[in-house]
Design a protein around this ligand. Sequence first.
Ligand code: ZN
Length: 318
Amino acid sequence: MKEILFLKPVFKQMIWGGNRMAAEYGYDIPGENTGECWAISAHKNGDGVIAGGTYDGWNLSRLYAEHRELFGNSTEEVFPLLVKIIDAKADLSIQVHPDDTYAKENENGSLGKTECWYILDCDADATIVIGHNAKNKEDLRQMIAQDRWEELISVRPIHKGDFFQIDPGTVHAIKAGTLILETQQSSDVTYRLYDYGRLQNGKPRELHIEKSIDVIGCPHKEQQESSAVCQVGKAKVQTMVTCPFYTVEKITLTGGNQRFQTEGDYQLFSVIDGEGTLDDVAIKKGDHFILPSGYDNYCLEGTLELMTSYTREKEEVK
Ligand code: ZN
């Protein structure tokens, strides 16, 4: 099928969320504490809806279940990816995610969560938490028990355009003043290690200390970021990460038009800046869509920045 599948996002209010997505992307957000936009999602906790075209009004999960041919007849049981925009007005909890094996056993067969972040924008002095300083599990357990958070967590400065891959078992936290595009496995399993003693509706949010200690890798292993840039005619294509769950790329076109081959069995796109067209269909900042199987190539025109992701199942099957 050669039809662009545009998605209508699902929004989530969070105690740490803000209102930036209204002004930045023109979204009709549900309130002042809108923390997450589930932009491309078939997860049961926020199932996106197709906007326009043959499948107008269908949930993405239903489309994936009933028209698997649009997704290269993928053998993945559930739509494997989830793309979010996160507006952190305040700090997110310090957290960690399990891998597939741990999640399957302990979270009713859920997928694990490998995620990655592209910093869309941030305050001049913004920071992020990635990793910890405990030498081993005993050390980790002790530092948690003694509330030695400053000493435990590893904080680093961030800038617009930075990219981070967060593997399962990595202690992490998005901090205040950060707008992020997150590409992740379709999972909603988070183990909260520390929540700054905050209250939600008068009560602290649940912590998951034992599960966190179970899954945190000790000592922390630093990710080697290896991004590669290539020129495709007039456009720049930057590979941000390739891992067993996804490949994430950034496409930058500064005027004119350029034709591209699609990647993977189907390909996810988020317009993060600018406006233009894809095969003469108007696209603009804040749009999210999928090019289904059968969409072999496409032409972009305009001044556009897009984040795109795909899975590599096609290659594995061959
Ligand atoms: Zn996370």
